[in-house]
Design a protein around this ligand. Structure first.
Ligand code: CIR
Length: 265
């Protein structure tokens, strides 16, 4: 089974409070209606890629809760509730716990430090955990131990800073290839894999998500799309301009996994 074969995903609808989502820069915040339209196209793309979707309601108390990738990790072998590094997001894990309990056994929980799922990149060889402003060494080490309980090898890496998360700058696009920023390629984090380097000026385009036969990619990054198509990949181009205002991309809006046996509703 390839690591990007999925038949299920969890998404959460954006709330009005998303206008107050966290952002590193001083630019304007997002407009709710436009975020909702981007999210709706994303959900449609997941459905078209063959995923059975669990759509959770918006959580107004958590402006960033549409980014379900950050508070948990999911695998065929089980799920892990994380401890997001931003104080305003810490409670999001608890809000995901009931739905994870319905679909996963075991559901493990990180109890030390902090880790955002956006810092966790799964490749066929390992689960890479990138240190960042959100993911600290004690959380990363604790996560390695939990991954081992699921039979997964975790590797802690210390990428150059400048992006929110490891996966803001790196995405697995096939079993041998990562799409990466030049900055990340230069430090050789993924030397065992082919590095496709995003063109200069399109660095945020490094966050894509491979799902079965397609790669969801931001439509703002045409040269990155050309690179991926030239590599033989099928692209589904999606608008990300509004979520991009709060430092988000495409991987962050879903939790994806392969469920064995009949797919529960
Ligand atoms: C945050 O700063 O936490 C959100 N505004 C964006 C999170 C994006 N998550 C991700 O890329 N995994």
């Amino acid at each position: 089974m390839r690591v990007f074969e999925f038949n299920r995903a969890i998404v959460r609808l954006p709330g009005w409070s998303i206008v107050d989502g966290l952002k590193a820069g001083a630019g304007e915040g997002p407009d709710f209606e436009t975020v909702a339209a981007e999210h709706s196209l994303y959900v449609h793309a997941l459905d078209s890629a063959g995923l059975g979707l669990i759509v959770l309601p918006a959580l107004e108390a958590y402006p960033d809760s549409v980014f379900v990738e950050d508070p948990a990790l999911v695998f065929r072998e089980g799920a892990i509730l994380l401890r997001p590094g931003a104080a305003s997001r810490r409670g999001e894990s608890v809000m995901l716990a009931p739905v994870l309990a319905e679909h996963f056994d075991p559901v493990l929980a990180l109890t030390a430090g902090s880790v955002d799922g956006g810092d966790v990149l799964v490749t066929p060889q390992a689960v890479y955990i990138g240190l960042s402003d959100r993911t600290d060494p004690s959380g990363a080490d604790a996560l390695v131990a939990l991954l081992a309980r699921l039979g997964r090898k975790g590797i802690v890496v210390d990428p150059p800073r400048g992006t929110l998360h490891l996966k803001s700058a790196a995405s697995l696009v096939d079993e041998e290839t990562v799409l990466v920023t030049a900055s990340l390629a230069s430090v050789g984090l993924f030397d065992g894999l082919r590095n496709l380097v995003v063109p200069e000026g399109e660095e945020p385009g490094a966050n894509v998500v491979r799902i079965n036969d397609v790669v969801l990619a931001g439509s703002r990054w045409p040269r990155t799309a050309d690179l991926l198509v030239g590599h033989g990949l099928e692209i589904v181009a999606l608008p990300t301009g509004e979520i991009g205002k709060i430092d988000a991309g495409l991987s962050c809006m879903s939790l994806r996994w392969w469920a064995d046996g009949p797919v529960a509703p």
